[in-house]
Every structure is written in structure tokens, then in C-alpha cells.
Design a protein around this ligand. Structure first.
Ligand SMILES: [Zn+2]
Length: 166
């Protein structure tokens, strides 16, 4: 598979940060726009998946470098579930007609970056599987990806507030 647009990779290699890209994003708050971070709080961050399965594919990543949920404090895990709960509203507002939510824990389960836990939540649209099959071998990101990021970030301000109920 070819990936034609991956700006974070350039930065990754040029700046030689720590070996874990998620830890790098977590610590470099000044580069949130470049890393497509749409949410950040004391426990985790929300970023756009740079290899999205569908438009609006989101990741939630704890700041702590752990590879399985039980390594987190339970309260941190619940906090992240609260964000997922609210992200359903966010994604429906974005235009989702359905939602997939999931986690691949460790390499054997198919995690892309197995050393640092990340939760996937992505909107689904009627017919999107047909769409994907036509471009499955080569994904091109351009203005659509930037526009999606800006829209998600705006919606996040409305829908994501884990300190409040619901
Ligand atoms: Zn990490």
C-alpha cells in the first residue's frame, strides 16, 4: 500500500524524537496542528488517524506508554470510554450513519503500533465499503483530510467534555 500524505513521518525522521510516535505527539503539544490532534486533556489525546479507513476515523491515545488497558488506572480507562461515548454524538453530527469502535491489543491482535495502546472509533456511511474497495491500494490525502480535521476539531469543542455527565 502506498501512503502519499504523511507529514508526521517527515517530522518523525527529521527531528529524531523518541522512538514511539504516540509519545512524541503526546509530549509535543506545540505541534498539535501538525499532528492533527483534535482533543487533549490530562489523561489522553484524540488524533485523526493518518491512515483512515473512513473519513473521520479517530484515535484516542493515553499519554502513558502502555500496551494493554489493564495497565492503566481504571479511572483513566473510564475517562477514555467517556470520550468514546461522547464521540458517538460527535460522529453523528459529522454525518456518520453508523460507527465502528474497537481496539487491537498487542501485535498478535493486529495493532499497528502495538507498544502504545490506541482506541479506534470511526464513522461509517452507507456504501462506504464499495468506496473503499476502489481505492484500497492507494490512499491519497489532501484538502479533504485537512477539512475533516478542522470540522472534527470544531465538533470536539461542542461534544467532548469528559468532566461533565454525558
Ligand atoms: Zn508511547
Amino acid at each position: 500500500m502506498q501512503h502519499l500524505y504523511a507529514p508526521w513521518r517527515n517530522q518523525y525522521f527529521e527531528n529524531k524524537p523518541e522512538s514511539c510516535i504516540f509519545c512524541h505527539i503526546s509530549k509535543n503539544t506545540q505541534n498539535d496542528e501538525d499532528h492533527f490532534v483534535f482533543h487533549r486533556d490530562e489523561i489522553c489525546l484524540g488524533v485523526m488517524n493518518l491512515y483512515p479507513y473512513t473519513q473521520g476515523h479517530l484515535l484516542y491515545i493515553p499519554h502513558t506508554h502502555i500496551d494493554s488497558p489493564e495497565s492503566l488506572e481504571l479511572s483513566s480507562w473510564i475517562h477514555m470510554q467517556h470520550l468514546i461515548y461522547q464521540s458517538c454524538q460527535l460522529l453523528y453530527a459529522f454525518g456518520a450513519q453508523g460507527i465502528n469502535y474497537g481496539i487491537n491489543i498487542k501485535k498478535s491482535a493486529g495493532a499497528g503500533i502495538p507498544e502504545h495502546l490506541h482506541l479506534h472509533i470511526l464513522p461509517r456511511y452507507n456504501g462506504d465499503t464499495n468506496f473503499m474497495s476502489t481505492i484500497a491500494d492507494c490512499r491519497v490525502y489532501g484538502s479533504d483530510f485537512i477539512a475533516t480535521y478542522k470540522k472534527i476539531k470544531t465538533l470536539a469543542k461542542t461534544y467532548l467534555n469528559p468532566k461533565k455527565e454525558g
